[in-house]
Design a protein around this ligand. Structure first.
Ligand code: C5P
Length: 218
């Protein structure tokens, strides 16, 4: 049976980008690799948890002993997250969810027009982690904040606005760290303290983060 800091606990992690369809062949997305979320899933398994990974499209293999739910869009990720959240102890939102989706999906492939410019109207996507933080009997809810400026101030604000227990602040302006990289440096921010971790490999950082997060209780 599982031993470790998270033995007997169910951890749900969102990871990767989302894709927001414009028409059957085109979409809006971002450069998230999913590596940080997948590394957290592995570290949570090592710590003895039952782990469910809700993953947007990535090229990554499913970590051993992890249950993976594949989704494409933010709306699909929201649905899967709200289905899993009531049955978990710890929910970590590591996905890079697209902020907007095309307002009108075009069921037929769009044709090139005569104009030199094209405008696509966008609609705001729901905030998945904020929705999870609002459910009854909510899990311990942890988000990420990837910022290129005023990292800690913006991250503190996001933690409060989204109603999170803690937020992991990630400086994406640092060369070779963070987005789509193998290394990362973060600051874990909760109501009581701010803890700087790294730079180190995402694998080692994930272990350090899981060790910290396993100490939170509801
Ligand atoms: O607001 P921002 O996108 O910077 O917040 C990042 C955090 O919020 C991450 O934990 C991300 O997974 C989560 N998020 C979400 N749903 C969104 C946007 C962000 O769960 N629509």
């Amino acid at each position: 049976f599982a031993t470790g800091q998270l033995a007997g606990r169910h951890v749900v992690i969102t990871a990767g980008p989302t894709r927001e369809a414009i028409d059957p062949v085109r979409y809006l997305s971002n450069h998230s690799s999913g590596k940080m979320g997948y590394a957290l899933a592995e570290a949570a398994v090592e710590a003895g948890a039952r782990v469910t990974l809700i993953s947007g499209p990535t090229g990554l293999p499913t970590p051993e002993r992890v249950t993976r739910i594949d989704v494409t869009s933010a709306l699909e990720m929201l649905e899967a997250s709200l289905a899993q959240a009531p049955q978990c102890d710890l929910f970590i939102g590591a996905a890079a969810v697209a902020d907007y989706r095309p307002a009108d999906y075009q069921p037929q492939k769009m044709k090139k027009g005569d104009e030199d410019t094209l405008q696509i109207a966008l609609t705001k996507n729901p905030d998945i982690i904020a929705a999870v933080a609002q459910i009854e009997n909510r899990p311990i809810t942890i988000g990420f904040a990837a910022e290129s400026e005023q990292l800690l101030e913006y991250a503190r604000g996001k933690r409060e606005r989204k109603g999170l227990d803690a937020i992991i602040a990630n400086d994406i302006s640092r060369e070779g760290l963070g987005f789509n990289s193998d290394d990362n440096a973060v600051t874990l921010i909760d109501a009581e303290r701010e803890l700087a971790l790294g730079p180190m490999s995402k694998t080692r950082l994930a272990r350090a983060l899981i060790a910290e997060l396993s100490r939170y209780t509801r």
